[in-house]
Design a protein around this ligand. Structure first.
Ligand SMILES: [Zn+2]
Ligand SMILES: [Zn+2]
Length: 267
């Protein structure tokens, strides 16, 4: 019965930013790039499809929906090797951000076609539907809303709500006044906010315009709205476990958590 299942859960399948890494001193937080699995009842929604999607199961009660916040490589590079897409009889829906008149399958095909990839996703054995990402979107009991964030080439801040509980996903986000106003509006009252925390404050100074943030933005966000939990995501590929643990300790009194690959939260 649906009522016996948790309202909303999120599992971190990959939270490394920009590039997958495999070093031994990066295993606590994990090396796979952005992918988060949200479940509400029988429905499953993936937020992005970086290499972390290879950690996902293949079978679900209902066809899963994969939402791509933006098309940077670290957010789509897992699709090509996710076994479900190649499994006959399995249906998967991929929602791709596309501007007016743009074909979402063609946009994704920019990566998944020769000479960059041997075969297009549409030629895989499973049934893959590629559609434009549009908000609001309703999937079963889940209401999914999105607003433009602030990132080179554009991206979306995505909010998933079910039965009064909500998760906000704001990866690949750099502070900018207008979009920050949109972010605070989305985040206010959310049980969980995933926020880009890729850089240190010093790195951010040197990388303005690269499209990412530092943990200080999380503190600013928590000052301006009420959030259940703040998880920082999209860890820099050079960051070691030791550095991330030290940073987490530094912010522990502020209740800021650095997301780890494999962890799960029930809301
Ligand atoms: Zn990214
Ligand atoms: Zn990006």
């Amino acid at each position: 019965m649906f009522k016996d299942k948790p309202c909303l859960s999120l599992k971190v399948l990959g939270t490394r930013g920009s590039m997958a890494v495999t070093r031994r001193d990066q295993q606590i937080f994990g090396g796979n790039t952005s992918c988060y699995m949200v479940r509400a009842g029988d429905e499953t929604v993936f937020l992005d499809a970086g290499s972390g999607i290879l950690n996902a199961p293949v079978d679900f009660p209902r066809p899963p929906h994969i939402l791509i916040s933006h098309l940077h490589l670290d957010h789509v590079l897992g699709l090509g090797m996710y076994p479900r897409l190649a499994t006959k009889g399995k249906e998967t829906l991929i929602h791709v951000p596309a501007g007016p008149g743009e074909d979402p399958a063609r946009l994704l095909g920019g990566v998944y076609s020769p000479p960059y990839w041997p075969v297009p996703l549409s030629a895989y054995g499973g049934t893959v539907h590629i559609r434009p990402l549009k908000f609001p979107l309703t999937i079963g009991d889940l209401l999914i809303e999105g607003v433009p964030g602030s990132h080179p080439g554009g991206n979306f801040i995505i909010k998933l709500s079910s039965r009064g509980r909500s998760i906000v996903y704001a990866s690949d986000y750099e502070y900018e006044e207008h979009s920050f106003h949109r972010l605070t509006k989305m985040a206010d009252g959310a049980g969980l906010v995933l926020l880009d925390g890729q850089y240190t404050a010093e790195e951010l100074e040197q990388r303005r315009g690269f499209g990412h943030s530092s943990p200080e933005l999380g503190l600013k966000l928590m000052e301006q709205c009420k959030i259940g939990r703040l998880w920082l995501v999209h860890h820099d590929p050079q960051r070691t476990d030791g550095q991330l643990l030290a940073r987490e300790e530094e912010y522990s009194r502020k209740n800021v958590h650095f997301a780890r690959e494999g962890e799960e939260i029930l809301l």
